[in-house]
Design a protein around this ligand. Structure first.
Ligand SMILES: [Zn+2]
Ligand SMILES: [Zn+2]
Length: 147
């Protein structure tokens, strides 16, 4: 099945980014993070302090961009952590992440890594965040938000 970029309509190509299987747009370099193979991904704990308190997702707004899989308009949401902005298919087919956003958050993590001397390198941390966002609990929390 061929997937088209929600932004430019170009056919997406398979790639691996941060050890996650993704589809990327050869034109705008955006990333489509598909819905996880649910049984394969671990819903690992992700400790960012306030996370347990919830409400890390702020604002959800519709976009004109169609989901590559079902054509439903993607919903944009902002994740308070690093003010990350992503788009989500309300049918949970996956996330759309712009290339700039990916790089920007990674850059912020690198800065923090320098300041706090975190054990994890930024790339690992970012990969963990992406994996976390693929987790069932996170997806169901998002689904509740869009209801
Ligand atoms: Zn594109
Ligand atoms: Zn969809």
């Amino acid at each position: 099945m061929s997937l088209k970029c929600p932004k430019c309509g170009v056919e997406l190509v398979g790639a691996t980014r941060h050890r996650l299987p993704v589809h990327s747009c050869p034109s705008c370099k955006g990333l489509w993070l598909e819905h996880p193979e649910l049984e394969e991904l671990e819903d690992e704990a992700f400790d960012f302090g306030e996370h347990a308190k919830g409400t890390l997702v702020v604002s959800a707004t519709p976009t004109p961009h169609p989901c590559p899989e079902c054509g439903t308009p993607l919903q944009q949401f902002r994740y308070r952590f690093y003010e990350l902005t992503m788009e989500l298919c309300p049918q949970q087919h996956g996330y759309w992440l712009e290339r700039d956003e990916d790089d920007r958050v990674l850059e912020l993590m690198r800065k923090e890594e320098g300041q706090l001397q975190r054990k994890l390198v930024a790339e690992d941390q970012w990969a963990r965040l992406l994996r976390h966002m693929h987790s069932r609990s996170f997806l169901s929390r998002l689904r509740d938000l869009f209801r």
